[in-house]
Design a binder for this molecule. Structure first.
Ligand SMILES: [Zn+2]
Ligand SMILES: [Zn+2]
Length: 347
């Protein structure tokens, strides 16, 4: 272990999260016969750069068409049902699966459910699973400091227009910044998943999985109505409108909003700017308890106080009651007490 790695470990070992400590530096055997992950470079990098605006523009146009149609014909119960089904399927798989299960390893599930969560979670369209896990682990290690891939504190605050440029960076710009793309290689930050052939395969079919999240609602719309127009309106609501709302939730509200605004009841060891925004807890399926999350990144549940609602945490607790989830990590009352913000201690 190099000096740099040792100081890394010392820095992050007090986060009550085993993820970074055990995974970043743990050697993992990868069978060369397994499907391989190919790092983004050359033409593949440019395809990725074109992919994000293309899928975003298509979904924005579709969402505008859905909203325009709402003005004169409303939304059918079938489309509303498909929209809610898709939002919850993809949202819970994204937050409870991609984030809390794969990036933080805050609980364990049986293999079929693990695969389902990886597939449906990839439908959020944020990034292929290996890259998502890698940059998210790096986000926690460097939270809001130099090296954080998508902090809204990217450029020093005193520089002109820095606030708007920082928000742009955390929202969208970081995806196109070759520096931020290179600092979180899965070979370093997601070795555990690289050793799982099925996860590498899911990673490599990212574009197809995201496109299927638009086709699935259309298929459901056709099955329920038996008409092409039923498939079309379900595509607009369950595909395009849902994708837009989820992108706004993940990209703008969480990466930018929850690192700029909100209350900070807990001491976050990495000293990030993470904040809790209570009125966004339900639409973000719990992730808006962001200060709680950065204070206890290894916890599967983000609702620390009794009045806080964490839909993804409730979903994980339900899986636990059904016997499908085990090793569900929660902070102990002592850990919560020790991190509760105390102005007398931190001055
Ligand atoms: Zn964060
Ligand atoms: Zn996290």
């Amino acid at each position: 272990m190099t000096m740099q790695q040792a100081s890394y470990l010392a820095e992050i070992s007090d986060q009550y999260s085993v993820t970074e400590v055990t995974e970043v530096f743990q050697p993992v055997e990868i069978d060369p016969r397994h499907p391989q992950y190919t790092p983004l470079s050359g033409i593949r990098k440019w395809i990725r750069y074109a992919w994000y605006p293309t899928i975003d523009i298509i979904s924005v146009i579709g969402a505008i068409a859905a909203i325009a149609s709402f003005g004169h014909q409303g939304i059918s119960w079938i489309d509303l049902g498909i929209l809610l089904f898709m939002f919850n399927l993809v949202g819970l798989a994204g937050e409870a699966g991609m984030h809390r299960l794969f990036a933080h390893k805050s609980y364990k599930v049986v293999k079929p459910l693990r695969i389902l969560l990886a597939l449906a979670g990839s439908m959020t369209g944020e990034a292929p699973i290996l890259e998502y896990v890698a940059y998210h682990r790096r986000h926690h290690i460097y939270a809001d400091r130099e090296g954080d891939p998508h902090t809204p504190h990217y450029i020093a605050a005193e520089k002109p227009l820095s606030r708007s440029r920082n928000i742009w960076h955390s929202f969208f710009g970081w995806k196109y910044n070759s520096k931020t793309n290179q600092i979180a290689p899965p070979e370093r930050y997601a070795k555990d998943l690289l050793a799982e052939p099925v996860m590498v395969t899911i990673n490599n079919y990212f574009y197809g999985i995201v496109l299927s999240s638009f086709l699935l609602p259309a298929l459901l719309g056709f099955l329920f109505t038996g008409t092409a127009s039923g498939a079309w309106t379900a595509f607009l609501w369950g595909g395009c409108f849902r994708f837009c709302v989820m992108t706004l939730m993940g990209d703008l509200i969480i990466r930018a909003g929850c690192h700029l605004f909100g209350t900070r009841p807990f001491i976050d060891q990495a000293n990030s700017h993470s904040g809790n925004i209570w009125f966004l807890a339900i639409p973000t399926l719990g992730l808006a308890w962001h200060n709680n999350h950065h204070a206890f990144p290894g916890s599967a549940l983000l609702n620390i106080d009794w009045w806080q609602i964490d839909p993804s945490g409730s979903f994980i607790s339900l899986l636990e009651k059904l016997g499908w989830a085990t090793n569900v990590k929660r902070p102990t009352p002592e850990q919560v007490k020790a991190k509760r913000f105390n102005p007398e201690i931190v001055g």
